[in-house]
Ligand binder design. Structure first.
Ligand SMILES: Cc1cc2nc3c(=O)[nH]c(=O)nc-3n(C[C@H](O)[C@H](O)[C@H](O)COP(=O)(O)OP(=O)(O)OC[C@H]3O[C@@H](n4cnc5c(N)ncnc54)[C@H](O)[C@@H]3O)c2cc1C
Length: 497
């Protein structure tokens, strides 16, 4: 049995922990914050509101089911899943499009906007389904260490159809020309990663996840998922150490031997670092042991940061659904302000989540729980007056849309932005979603899951393979655990599975 340290208790760290404890090892998780969940932590106010601080879209439910099944459980052992209907609303300057949970209704909606587009949507979805099934079954599970991984027969057979190196934006425009349909198809990649022009068409698999597999909600919020993962890990024997920021990884003869935490040195046989990759390299490792130099990170395209407001509202807001996307300003302009010429947006798009529409445990009776998110470039100067300026813009547009007075019913208000991401998660430039899924940052081109010089140090999380988002982070923890188990096997450590 090996003694393993996991740095960070977000989705990826919890996932790695669960697999490694299940394999019979002694696992210790060190988390700098006072609770698990990482970017998916919950904020519980004294007056009855429970906010998911980060993720709110639960897509690809079978990835979660697979995780729990792997460890001998089912999702339903821990939380109830609800299919949202409508999945979400998109607010444009002259209309609102409601995205049904039923594909037949989505087809009708497409056809009503652009003649012939329903049939084209079917074709698009057929391709997207292929990418989803092949990509999630094979590509996403690859450690991205060697080009030989691509020699898998399903990948070779489908390599052209996977469109790993062609542009998402061009792909969408081959099928649709109406700006509203383009915006609908582009929003998942835009909010989670990069300019659609620079995102591989492979990621139309997200359209399949969004429009065919549905948008789900775990009762109690996304925080229930990390809570469940922690229960699984603890049942396997994992030891959690909160308020325990790791300060250093000590290395001897190209082997990590111990970590320094709260000024104590603790010895381990192997380590999975699931905190932000850049932080692990730059702050926890001596320069000689880093996989990458600072200039490597400088050249990388990061996924966006975000300005977020958590609001408790002491009344019900009639016209709001669980998820609403405000696309009533110029999408391309805001994208450029995130990815091309980083600056605070002149006319931002934003997103509103109102989970109290589905779940009465996240707000007091007859109140609403509101989460406002505006994607911004990472590394922007962040101060309270800028936050407040954008709060006014978002809340006024929200009031105009709903026709409700919201401002005078705010009973709780907290903002979160670049500086908080840095302070709370050691996030590079305050990124919210890690590294962008660009053409040059996909699969084998992502930061490596294994340290090239330290044999027993592995990385997990949204900055390595397979990428940003909750399902990929969950998979990332599994891949790191598998790689570590291979290493332990080669060193003749006893493993149960
Ligand atoms: C606002 C927001 C909205 C999002 N929305 C969605 C969504 O709707 N759907 C979706 O699928 N994804 C979404 N995401 C992305 C998703 O939440 C992330 O991809 C995922 O949670 C990342 O998990 P992780 O384990 O890689 O990182 P993290 O969750 O950041 O975990 C890393 C952990 O390491 C800890 N740590 C850092 N430094 C140290 C140290 N020195 N010692 C010990 N611990 C340390 C951190 O405190 C943190 O807990 C969103 C993210 C954000 C921020």
């Amino acid at each position: 049995m090996a003694k393993i340290a996991i740095i960070g208790a977000g989705f990826s760290g919890l996932s790695a922990t669960a697999y490694l404890t299940a394999a019979g090892h002694e696992v210790h998780v060190f988390e700098k914050n006072y609770t698990a969940g990482g970017r998916a932590r919950q904020l519980k106010t004294g007056n009855g509101y429970i906010f998911d601080m980060g993720p709110s879209w639960y897509w690809m439910p079978e990835i979660f089911e697979q995780f729990f099944n792997d460890l001998g459980y089912r999702v339903s052992d821990f939380y109830e899943l609800k299919l949202l209907s409508p999945s979400f609303n998109m607010v444009f300057d002259d209309s609102v499009i409601s995205i049904s949970a039923q594909y037949s209704k989505i087809r009708e909606m497409f056809e009503s906007i652009e003649i012939g587009s329903a049939a084209r949507l079917d074709e698009f979805m057929e391709e997207a389904q292929f990418k989803y099934e092949t990509g999630m079954k094979n590509l996403s599970k690859m450690p991205g260490i060697s080009l030989f991984e691509f020699l898998h027969k399903d990948l070779l057979k489908g390599s052209l159809r996977l469109q790993i190196f062609s542009s998402f934006s061009k792909h969408v425009r081959k099928y649709f020309s109406h700006p509203k349909l383009i915006a609908l198809m582009e929003f998942p990649v835009l909010f989670l990663g990069a300019m659609p022009q620079e995102t591989p068409a492979l990621y139309s698999l997200m359209n399949y996840a969004c429009l065919k597999l549905g948008t789900w909600y775990p009762s109690g919020g996304l925080g229930k998922v990390t809570e469940a993962m922690m229960k699984v890990a603890e049942a396997g024997g994992a030891n959690f150490h909160f308020n325990s920021p790791v300060e250093k990884i000590q290395v001897l003869n190209n082997k990590a031997t111990s970590i320094i935490v709260n000024r104590q040195e603790i010895h381990f046989d192997a380590i999975v670092a699931s905190a932000d990759y850049h932080h692990v390299e730059e702050k926890l490792l001596e320069p000689a042991y880093r996989n990458y130099k600072e200039r490597y990170w400088d050249r990388k395209t990061l996924a966006p940061s975000a300005l977020i407001y958590y609001l408790g509202i002491s009344k019900k807001i009639k016209l709001l659904e669980h998820h609403t996307l405000f696309f009533d300003e110029d999408l391309l302009q805001h994208s450029k302000e995130i990815y091309k010429n980083p600056e605070w947006p002149k006319k931002p798009l934003f997103y509103v989540c109102c989970p109290s529409k589905t779940d009465d445990t996240v707000a007091p009776a007859n109140h609403e729980n509101l989460f406002l998110l505006m994607p911004i470039a990472p590394g922007l100067e962040d101060n309270s007056s800028t936050r407040e300026k954008y709060f006014k813009i978002m809340i006024e547009r929200l009031q105009k849309y709903t026709g409700d007075d919201i401002i005078s019913h705010i009973g709780f208000k907290k903002s979160y932005c670049v500086n908080d991401f840095v302070a709370d998660y050691n996030s590079y430039k305050g990124n919210a979603y890690g590294l962008a899924n660009t053409l040059m940052q996909t699969a084998i081109l992502k930061p490596k899951i294994r340290n090239k010089k330290i044999k027993n140090l592995f990385y997990a999380g949204q900055l390595t393979v397979p990428g940003p988002g909750v399902p990929p982070s969950l998979i990332s923890g599994k891949i790191a655990a598998e790689q570590l188990l291979k290493y332990l096997k080669s060193k003749k450590y006893e493993t149960v599975i």
